[in-house]
Write a protein that binds this ligand. Structure first.
Ligand code: ACO
Length: 277
């Protein structure tokens, strides 16, 4: 086939509050080229503050989620341009992974197939991850002579116990979806035929919650990991006070009123009705 245009490397559909974003190079197993990396940043920028988007799901067309970095276009071709080319392509990849890590909306990786190496960057950037039992996860870098860079080593160590991370990085063997679930790379693994329905169910449940509160909570979970207890306590007080300012719906007072005065719900059993003030 003729080469895809930059805009065509990522496919987006918005439906019922969910943006379904798909890596769209199935013929190259959705490996990440500079074009795809630039397009992903554009797509995320476009979606971040849209009122009709509350949750973003990141998946892949065809048999792969992502076969990692494009060995030709990301490595070989940019190396031919020397250090400026190499740094430029790294910045383009890391820029959208970083945007995704701190994205305004909750993000879900829906790993439908192969997930290798550089794919661990966006995998970690997504707040939640669900995969197909049929998916395969691998730090294949060792198999072709590099270390798991681009954050992949950090992702393995953040998500897995040290012995599992070490084995995973050294051996270049793949994990099935169920093994990835047991290792902590994803929240849940399901047969591929049931995967989208489960992700949709989780996303719809999230959409019922206060979106400002979700953003404050997901940032807090990532931020406090590297803080002392005292610093985390202090950060969380300030994050809540910032949330009080940003949440123009005044959600927490509505939540209290619906529980304490109207007795229309119980916070221990579900969320307040954000459509009623
Ligand atoms: N970089 C460049 N091209 C790739 C990549 C990649 N990461 N992955 C797949 N492709 C290309 C293949 O070269 C092939 O291109 P061609 O049709 O022009 O020959 C096409 O995608 C299809 O790939 P196949 O290997 O034929 O697909 P298959 O389904 O048999 O195998 C698999 C899929 C296992 C994912 C295999 O393609 C593979 O091993 N890819 C590399 C995975 C990898 O190690 N990625 C790098 C991780 S390290 C890092 O990201 C830093």
């Amino acid at each position: 086939m003729t080469e895809r245009t930059e805009a065509d490397t990522v496919a987006v559909t918005v439906k019922d509050g969910i943006a379904w974003v798909r890596f769209n190079r199935p013929e190259k197993r959705n490996c990440m080229s500079p074009k795809l990396n630039r397009q992903m940043l554009r797509v995320l920028t476009d979606l971040e503050f849209r009122d009709d988007v509350g949750v973003v799901v990141l998946s892949g067309e065809g048999t792969a989620w992502s076969a990692g970095m494009d060995l030709k276009e990301y490595f070989r071709d940019t190396e031919a341009l020397g250090l400026p080319g190499i740094r430029q392509s790294q910045r383009e990849a890391y820029a959208w992974w970083e945007r995704l890590r701190w994205f305004q909306k909750v993000t879900i990786a829906m790993v439908n197939g192969w997930c290798f190496g550089g794919g661990y960057g966006p995998l970690y950037s997504c707040d939640l991850a669900f995969c197909a039992d049929e998916a395969e996860f691998g730090l294949s870098e060792i198999n072709w002579g590099i270390l798991p860079g681009g954050g992949a080593t950090k992702v393995a160590v953040e998500l897995m116990p040290m012995r599992k991370a070490m084995y995973h990085a050294l051996m270049g063997e793949n994990l099935t979806g169920k093994q990835a679930e047991a290792a902590g790379l994803v929240n849940e693994s399901h047969p591929v035929a049931a995967l989208e329905a489960r992700v949709n169910e989780v996303a719809q449940k999230l959409l019922k919650k206060n979106l400002d509160t979700l953003k404050a909570t997901k940032d807090a979970v990532r931020r406090v990991r590297e803080m002392t207890y005292d610093n985390a306590e202090d950060y969380l007080i300030r994050a809540q006070e910032a949330l009080n300012f940003h949440d123009k719906s005044d959600g927490r007072h509505i939540g209290m009123k619906q529980f304490l005065d109207e007795k229309s719900y119980k916070p221990g059993l579900g969320e307040y009705d954000k459509k009623k003030s």
